[in-house]
Design a protein around this ligand. Structure first.
Ligand SMILES: [Cu+2]
Length: 117
């Protein structure tokens, strides 16, 4: 008998967060919004958001430094110089985590994509 491997993980665009615990201070209830600000300094506000499938999330860099957004499981890095924005559309339900690739220690966020949010 052949055993079938689960393909669920290969299909999912956003892998569930496993073993990747965010700091306790940022692990709060996600805010229902499609806009994330980067005020001075080195933070995503709010760090946890929730959107419906098909939503385009916009990040705006109000900081004096260049930051970026890279969603876990995706290769693309969206760089934002001061004053610039980045936009990413989320079609599939799930929980996506993302980081600023320049400041991975400080700058992390999550996006919960859920219908009827
Ligand atoms: Cu950064």
């Amino acid at each position: 008998m052949k055993r079938r491997l689960s393909v669920v993980l290969l299909v999912a665009a956003c892998a569930p967060i496993v073993g990747c615990a965010p700091a306790a201070t940022t692990a709060s209830t996600p805010v229902h919004t499609a806009k994330v600000d980067l005020p001075p300094s080195y933070q995503f506000v709010p760090a946890a958001i929730q959107v419906e499938p098909g939503t385009t999330v916009t990040w705006t860099n109000h900081d004096n430094f260049t930051h970026s957004v890279q969603v876990q499981g995706q290769n693309e890095v969206h760089m934002m110089r001061p004053g610039e924005t980045a936009q990413i559309r989320f079609d599939q339900q799930g929980t996506c985590s993302y980081v600023c690739t320049l400041h991975t220690q400080n700058m992390r966020g999550t996006i919960v994509v859920a219908a009827g949010a």
